[in-house]
Ligand binder design. Structure first.
Ligand code: ATP
Ligand code: MG
Length: 286
């Protein structure tokens, strides 16, 4: 049974005067998008394509210039739903240092539920649970300043989890992390999606992270120009390049080998898949 969580209906947005003063170009242009409960949607697109604008529109940080966004049927333009929408769809941003406010990790995670008027006993319970889920319960009393970037992003995710969200929007939340921090955060996000059925919208420039999603959209000049499963999207190697993006390295390698005349599949996304295919191929040659 699928259940519609976010409905973006013909939504456009312009920031008014453009940064370079060239009038009212649309940062988001007539986007239609349906996101179902439990989806893991990856959003790709070159710098300035409108990804963050789209994310902010879904979280009521911006309101559509045209069109409608419904979060569980709640119109983002209707002020009375503001907090319910932000509680339903929590957002994690790029810079871990800008989103942590508490003097201790647990205090920071408690902010959200405190603002929602959750009773103290329940807050205590939620803070512990959330910290445990993201694997940093032992840092509960520590000052966030002592944590690594990856750990800080995990605190930010715990802060959202403590508000019992149905959806988490990550706007390049892994961009400032080292490979280990990135892997940890992706692992937690994947786990939240699979085990807790939390809907995930993940904006990233890392193509290897895109293969973790079950749907991918590519945004260009404010429009959705490509969408499908990661496999479908990345098999369009030339189109992806035109859009200023890379394909995962193994997909690219297979594509180049195919151009050289080898019988290679075009939809290989991960090293594991590539290894399996190459082993078969080599075995058949001996
Ligand atoms: N506060 C703002 N005021 C005016 N124009 C803005 C503002 N923020 C973004 N824009 C413009 O809106 C367009 C979309 O920007 P947006 O930040 O949504 O892109 P993005 O896809 O998130 O890019 P990046 O990958 O660099 O984060 C760009 O042309 C950008 O210059
Ligand atoms: Mg952005």
């Amino acid at each position: 049974m699928s259940e519609l969580l976010i409905n973006v209906e013909d939504v456009s947005f312009s920031y008014g005067e453009n940064l370079n003063g060239s009038g009212h170009h649309k940062a988001v242009n007539s986007i239609n998008l349906s996101i179902e409960k439990g989806d893991f949607l990856v959003v790709l697109g070159r710098n300035g394509s409108g990804k963050s604008t789209l994310a902010r529109l879904m979280n009521t940080l911006l309101l559509p210039t045209d069109g409608t966004i419904l979060i569980k049927g709640m119109n983002t333009k209707d002020g009375k739903y503001l907090w319910e929408i932000r509680r339903t769809c929590g957002m994690v941003f790029q810079n871990p240092d800008n989103q942590i406010l508490g003097t201790s990790v647990e205090e920071d995670v408690a902010f959200g539920p405190e603002n929602l008027g959750v009773p103290p006993d329940e807050i205590r319970k939620r803070v512990d649970e959330s910290l445990k889920t993201v694997g940093i319960l032992e840092y509960a009393k520590v000052s966030p300043g002592y944590l690594s970037g990856g750990q800080k992003q995990r605190v930010a995710i715990a802060g959202i989890l403590a508000m019992r969200p149905e959806c988490i929007i990550l706007d390049e939340a892994t961009a400032m992390l080292d490979p280990i921090g990135r892997r940890d955060v992706m692992k937690i996000v994947k786990q939240l999606n699979q085990e807790e059925k939390i809907t995930v919208i993940h904006i990233t420039h890392h193509m290897d992270e895109a293969s973790k999603g079950d749907k991918v959209i590519v945004v260009d000049k404010g429009e959705v120009v490509l969408q499908g499963t990661p496999r479908e999207v990345f098999s369009e190697v030339e189109r992806i390049k035109e859009l200023g993006l890379d394909t995962p390295q193994v997909t690219e390698l297979f594509h180049e080998l195919k151009k050289e005349g080898f019988e290679m599949p075009e939809d290989v996304l991960t090293l594991d898949e590539a290894e399996k295919f190459l082993l078969e191929m080599l075995k058949n040659q001996v």
